[in-house]
Design a binder for this molecule. Structure first.
Ligand SMILES: [Zn+2]
Length: 316
């Protein structure tokens, strides 16, 4: 995937940057503000070439960046916030809950040991530890978030755009909506199902949160959505309904993978995601499986069993 810049709607430009991750690109958006201003939504990964990439985008578009909005703290969205702020002199705006998680994940509170212990508690084999550490260190080097951002309040507005809290993919995930145009971040993606994972220190029921976010999109009936990855979404409510159906099938499959003897989220993930996966993706699969298992357990449709530092699930 090459870096690209295109106008996707009147006054909305999309900057696409290549990523050296499981997913090969990310989209950031520039929203026209007044005569010659811009609001930038999301910043890409903080790779060494991030400044250069942004400089070339801003040189082409001209005008002044008035503010930078971060939809959520994942590395491909928040990663270049600090260099972009430095390049433009614009303030960074981020939700408070999201920034707290950003600090825990990428800041001085970052703890690879705690993350590893969490994955172990849910059945991940010990020999994944080394790759987790190496990949985590590399990724964290690519996250240059901005410290002390201006807080964003869901329900308020940014330059006429309504700020929506659409948790699920990330607890504090924010999106922008104006005149039926949804700048969705990763709350809605055209062809893949956004990863909904349960991690240590996150809200207890991310799948429940996500299904509510999808129902909200169905209610709001945006005209079009521009997402963090993949193509434009011409029928966001229809896509939200597809994702609700997808998770309902996955919940059935999750229940079917359980029996009377407790199984860890890792073991259930091998049933739900049977194809061989690189270890990084296997961790996403584990977290996604755990979100489904916990959704069931919280509604008495599965039984959570905690024993000897290991958490497992069985039929209710
Ligand atoms: Zn993303």
């Amino acid at each position: 995937m090459e870096n690209r810049l295109s106008e996707v709607a009147e006054g909305i430009w999309r900057a696409t940057f290549a990523l050296p991750l499981g997913i090969d690109h990310v989209h950031c958006y520039l929203l026209r503000s007044g005569q010659d201003g811009w609001i930038v939504v999301d910043t890409g990964l903080g790779l060494p070439e991030a400044e250069e990439r942004w400089r070339s985008v801003l040189d082409r578009l001209g005008g002044r960046v008035e503010r930078i909005v971060v939809t959520h703290f994942h590395p491909d969205h928040v990663g270049a916030a600090a260099p972009l702020a430095e390049l433009t002199g614009a303030p960074v705006h981020q939700g408070e809950l999201d920034y707290a998680q950003c600090l825990r994940t990428w800041g001085p509170e970052r703890s690879p040991e705690r993350f590893f212990a969490y994955m172990r508690e849910h059945g991940m084999p010990a020999d994944h530890g080394e790759s987790m550490r190496v990949e985590g260190d590399q990724l964290s080097g690519w996250v240059r978030f901005a410290t002390n951002p201006e807080p964003l309040e869901p329900g308020s507005q940014v330059d006429g755009w309504d700020l929506l809290h659409l948790p699920g993919h990330a607890d504090g995930h924010l999106a922008l909506l104006r005149d039926g145009v949804l700048i969705a971040g990763d709350a809605l993606l055209a062809t893949i199902s956004p990863n909904v994972g349960l991690y240590a220190d996150s809200r207890p029921d991310p799948l429940g949160d996500y299904l509510e976010s999808l129902a909200r999109i169905v209610e709001l009936v945006p005209r079009i959505a521009f997402a963090g990855h993949g193509s434009v979404i011409p029928d966001p409510a229809g896509r939200a309904r597809e994702l609700i159906a997808h998770h309902s099938e996955r919940l059935d499959a999750t229940r079917a993978a359980l029996d009377g003897s407790p199984r860890t989220a890792y073991d259930v993930s091998l049933v739900l995601f049977p194809d061989p996966l690189p270890r990084g993706l296997r961790r996403f699969a584990l977290a996604e499986t755990r979100a489904h298992l916990e959704y069931l357990a919280l509604r008495d449709r599965a039984l959570r069993v905690e024993d000897g530092g290991v958490t497992a699930y069985a039929t209710a």
